[in-house]
Structures are given as structure tokens and as C-alpha cells.
Design a protein around this ligand. Structure first.
Ligand code: SAH
Ligand code: SF4
Ligand code: F3S
Length: 466
């Protein structure tokens, strides 16, 4: 993979100056609210956005209606994500009628779609700022200009993308952190819009990644998730992903995970890392997308079902307890019933811990959007329901096998269903809820698994003398 230019330190200094200038303005937003849609990449970007807005002198406002700056960090991977973002934005028009000083910003993947920024500028003139994925670092300059010039800005850069280092950040969590190792994607799966809105693959240097991880560790991180659309094609400073992983492992952070891995590039070296690295958790998200070779070919996934099954075999040999999860698309253009049955049989064969299933959604500009598609939507809905039922039954069986085990859980939060319980993940990635207090959040707790639910486990804390 190519190395891309890094946005210059001079430019970042200019942006830091804009942060100071916004802070000095008398009439400026004081409280911000960010709505994050989509994947972990967007979540990580929102941490940078929060960092920049804080440096401009604003504080986070959890209630959207009470904020004076609302920013939507959008996703467009499927049509429903896009509709949700647009629906939200239209609603803001009403809010602005009551609060004329409200500043509305829309950024992220959706604005990067062809023609989208121009359409938004024309149809939604109440939006103060539209920016894209490649110029996020310019947010301070844009906010300053909107506040001082009083004119809306819609600026999206149509470039391959750069690597940005040194943005301020406000992490959402101290003990559990996302670390970007690369940006963009070059795979052009025929259904997918991500390469068009996130640009070409580009890696951060190993030094930048290691420095960030070490800093997070010193700040108390217990778990980190290395992020990229296809981490297997990482190539910063000529280093392979597996090499980077070995170096991150030596930092001594208790838990490391990564996502996402593309099956075509999952190397033996990386598979072996699951047997060798002390801190790498036995968990892998390895999206298969479909079980039919013909569908995989038309998706441009560049592997076969047999290759995928062989990878799973190798992974389970190196790490028998590995938790495998997947993404699956149902109703890809031209998918026959027989080809769908091949997805069902693959799911039966591999037995994922969990799978995220999606009905194919045509995205303008992608190759598959041009493919003929004569399967009615109702048929696709029936297929996905069958797949969901099958996967749920398998997930339940996998979870039931955990009952009676002792697991170390990193406690993440108070349980959403029961305020007397807390929840966290096992090394394999299963969520466990158990009676406990909020003071345990951020700590490792040994738990005995007592029962399995549909998606989560229940347990009880093991006291040290047991
Ligand atoms: N880079 C990751 C995933 C990116 S998008 C990877 O390669 O696996 C997350 C998931 O959304 C994909 O794995 C795919 O299953 C799904 N997806 C992407 N485009 C889609 C579309 N047009 N319709 C339905 N699902 C889609
Ligand atoms: Fe999309 Fe494929 Fe790239 Fe994943 S690997 S982001 S599915 S094009
Ligand atoms: Fe969505 Fe962009 Fe992620 S399109 S899935 S937020 S990379």
C-alpha cells in the first residue's frame, strides 16, 4: 500500500490558531452535541471533533435540544442510514426556528457522496456547515468563518485522502480506546460505497500508532481496538499488519483487538499471532458476505467459500476458543434461492458466534447498483428472516456452551436492563451481565457464567477466596 502525504504541521498549527480565535469570540456556541452514525471509524472521528470543539471553548451537552451547536457525523453505507441522517437534518430546521443562533453542522461519509453537498446546500440552506471526510481537520477554520462571516459553508474535498496527525481528541472512554491504523479502502467490493467516500487506503506510520497506544496505556487504557477497513493491508513505513501487532503487544496493554479483516488478505503470520501474542484477544470479525462462489465473484470479494472455510479451520487450530463473527448480505442482485441456501449452509458449517445481517441496499456509483435485480423485496425479507433465525439458534448454542466457565470480564457499563448489574466482555467478546456496582467500571472482574440469553450471558462475581 502507498504511503500518503501527511497534512503538514504548519496546517495543523493554523487550525490550532483558529481554535483560539473561536474561543476569543464573544458570540459563539457554548455547548455542543454530536450525533454519531455508522461504524467505529465515525466514532473515532467524533472523538477528534469533540476534541476540537472543546479546544474552541465549548462543552459537551448530552441533550440535543439544549445545545447551541449540533453536529451530525453521518453514514451512508446503506440507504436507511442515509435516510435517517437526512430525516434528522430536516427536523433541525424546526428547531432552528425557535433558536435562530443554533449552528448546524453535517459531516462524515454521506456528505462525501457525489452531488450530496451541492444538493444539501440548495435544499437545506439552514445548515451552516457541510464538510466531508477529507477535510475534517479544517473544522476550526470553518466554524470561525461561519461565525464571523455569517454565511453557510459547504466544502467537500474530492481527493484520495491524506493522513492527519495531531488533532485534539476527547476520548469517550478512558479504559477502552479505538486507535486508527489506516484510513480508506482500495477493495471496491461491488456493493460498497466506502472506497468512494473514505478515499484510497493509506496507513499511519508504526511510530505514530505505537506512540498513541503507549500514551493511551499511560492514561489507563485496559483494552484497545486497532481500526481500519481492511487492517490486513496495513503498510505504514513498509511494516506488515502482523509486525505492527507484535510491536503493539509488547506495550503491555492487557487487551488488544482489531477490525476489520478481509478474508482475501488474512495471512498465516496473522493467524499465528492468535496463538502467540499475550494480549491479543481470541476474537475475530471476519466478514464473509455470502456463501456462494458465484455471488462472491460478483461482489468482487476475491476469495472462495472454500478459502474462507480453510481460514476458519486454521484459526481454530491455532486458537480453538476463538470467537468468530461475520457480516452477511442477503439479496445481492441476481442472488438465486440456491445461492442463498449456500449462505445458509456456510453459516451452519462455520457456526459464527454472531453475524450482522443486511439486505442488499443499492448505492449510487457502485458497480452492483447497475446489476439487474429481479428478486422482490418480500422474498429478500423472507430470506434474511430465515438467516437471522438460524444464526440466533447457533448463537444461543455457542453461548450455552459458556455456562459454568470462569471468565475475566472488563467491566464497561451499568447494564441497560437492570441498574443493579454491570456488564462487560469476555476475552472471546461475549457480553456478560452480573450483579455489581458502577464502581467496578473499568476494572477486570472474574465471573462464573451462570446462564445464557439470546445475545448475552449472565454470571456472578467470583470472590478471591473461592
Ligand atoms: N470494511 C469492512 C466493512 C465495511 S461496511 C469489511 O470489508 O468487512 C460493513 C458491512 O456493511 C459490510 O461488511 C457489509 O456486509 C455491509 N454492507 C456494505 N455495503 C452494503 C450495501 N450496499 N448493502 C448492504 N450491506 C452492505
Ligand atoms: Fe467496503 Fe469491501 Fe472495502 Fe469493506 S473491503 S470497506 S466491504 S469495499
Ligand atoms: Fe458508514 Fe462511513 Fe463507516 S459509510 S459504515 S460511517 S466508513
Amino acid at each position: 500500500m502507498k504511503e500518503r502525504p501527511i497534512v503538514s504541521e504548519q496546517e495543523m498549527q493554523r487550525q490550532r490558531e483558529y481554535m483560539v480565535r473561536v474561543r476569543a469570540l464573544e458570540k459563539r456556541p457554548k455547548r455542543y452535541h454530536i450525533v454519531t452514525m455508522g461504524c467505529q471509524m465515525n466514532e473515532r472521528d467524533s472523538e477528534s471533533i469533540a476534541g476540537m470543539l472543546s479546544a474552541m471553548g465549548m462543552v459537551n451537552e448530552p441533550v440535543r435540544e439544549q445545545a447551541d451547536l449540533i453536529l451530525y457525523n453521518t453514514c451512508c453505507v446503506r440507504e436507511n442510514a442515509e435516510n435517517k441522517a437526512l430525516g434528522n437534518v430536516i427536523w433541525l430546521k424546526e428547531l432552528k426556528k425557535d433558536k435562530p443562533d443554533l449552528m448546524i453542522c453535517v459531516g462524515g461519509c454521506m456528505t462525501q457522496e457525489k452531488g450530496m453537498a451541492a444538493m444539501m446546500k440548495k435544499r437545506y440552506p439552514f445548515i451552516d456547515l457541510v464538510y466531508g471526510t477529507h477535510n475534517l481537520y479544517k473544522l476550526p477554520e470553518y466554524v470561525y468563518r461561519v461565525l464571523t462571516e455569517g454565511e453557510p459553508i459547504a466544502e467537500v474535498m474530492d481527493i484520495d485522502g491524506e493522513v492527519v496527525e495531531g488533532m485534539p481528541e476527547a476520548r469517550r472512554c478512558r479504559f477502552n480506546a479505538f486507535v486508527n491504523i489506516m484510513y480508506g479502502c482500495d477493495n471496491f467490493c461491488t456493493y460498497c460505497i466506502v472506497p468512494y467516500v473514505r478515499g484510497r487506503e493509506r496507513s499511519r506510520t508504526p511510530e505514530a500508532v505505537l506512540e498513541e497506544c503507549a500514551r493511551l496505556r499511560d492514561d489507563g487504557a485496559q483494552e484497545i481496538m486497532l481500526l481500519g477497513q481492511n487492517v490486513n493491508s496495513y503498510g505504514g513505513g513498509g511494516a506488515r499488519f502482523a509486525e505492527l501487532l507484535y510491536r503493539v503487544d509488547q506495550l503491555g496493554i492487557p487487551r488488544i483487538r482489531f477490525m476489520t479483516s478481509h478474508p482475501k488478505d488474512l495471512s498465516d503470520e496473522l493467524i499465528n499471532a492468535f496463538g502467540e501474542l499475550k494480549h491479543l484477544m481470541p476474537q475475530l470479525h471476519l466478514p464473509v458476505q455470502a456463501g456462494s462462489n458465484e455471488v462472491l465473484r460478483r461482489m468482487n470479494r476475491r476469495y472462495t467459500r472454500e478459502h474462507y472455510v480453510a481460514l476458519v479451520g486454521k484459526l481454530r487450530k491455532v486458537c480453538p476458543d476463538i470467537g468468530l463473527t461475520s457480516d452477511i448480505i442477503v439479496g445481492f442482485p441476481g442472488e438465486t434461492l440456491e445461492q442463498f441456501e449456500e449462505t445458509m449452509s456456510l453459516v451452519r458449517e462455520v457456526r459464527f458466534d454472531a453475524a450482522y445481517t443486511f439486505i442488499y441496499s443499492p448505492r449510487a456509483g457502485t458497480r452492483a447498483a447497475e446489476y439487474p435485480d429481479d428478486t422482490p423485496y418480500e422474498v429478500k425479507s423472507e430470506r434474511i428472516q430465515r438467516l437471522i433465525d438460524l444464526q440466533q439458534a447457533i448463537s444461543l448454542e455457542v453461548l450455552e456452551k459458556q455456562v459454568g466457565k470462569r471468565e475475566r470480564v472488563l467491566v464497561e457499563a451499568v447494564s441497560t436492563r437492570d441498574s443493579m448489574s454491570v456488564g462487560g466482555k469476555t476475552p472471546r467478546g461475549h457480553m456478560v451481565n452480573f450483579p455489581g456496582e458502577a464502581s467496578l467500571i473499568g476494572q477486570f472482574v472474574d465471573v462464573e457464567i451462570t446462564s445464557a440469553g439470546r445475545n448475552t450471558l449472565r454470571g456472578r462475581q467470583i470472590m478471591t477466596e473461592e
